[in-house]
Design a protein. Structure first.
Length: 131
């Protein structure tokens, strides 16, 4: 796929080889929207699309090390993504939610890595004379 949007949209109908190959060849968001407009949503698309969005965006972050650093630099500040919306509408692309989940995963991994590297070796503790 030329971009993450095409890869994400392919999950709508993975069994449709023509649909997936058209998305794989598309390198323009406008073309992707046209292809997707005519595609049927799977019966459970609304329940599973967030999982696929997080998966595809995570793959993009795995490709580019600097993206993880940039995302972690946001610390715990809210992430707001701007989509193409009318000025008076709240635009929810889902990307802000996905980025927050990915950031939580990175922070959790960093915490686990930090906490396990600082574990005390109980075998060296003096159990006779607790502090």
């Amino acid at each position: 796929f030329h971009n993450a949007e095409a890869a994400f949209q392919a999950y709508r109908d993975l069994k449709n080889a023509d649909y997936v190959s058209r998305l794989a060849a598309a390198n323009n968001p406008a073309v992707i929207r046209i292809i997707v407009r005519d595609a049927p949503d799977g019966s459970d698309w609304d329940q599973v699309k967030d999982k696929y969005l997080v998966h595809v965006v995570s793959l993009k972050f795995a490709q580019h090390d600097n993206l993880q650093e940039t995302l972690l630099a946001t610390q715990l500040r809210p992430i707001r993504c701007q989509g193409r919306c009318l000025p008076h509408k709240i635009c929810n692309t889902g990307l802000d939610w996905a980025l927050s989940r990915i950031r939580e995963s990175y922070l959790r991994d960093k915490y686990v890595e930090y906490s396990t590297s600082n574990l005390v070796d109980n075998s060296t503790l003096d159990h006779e004379h607790p502090v």
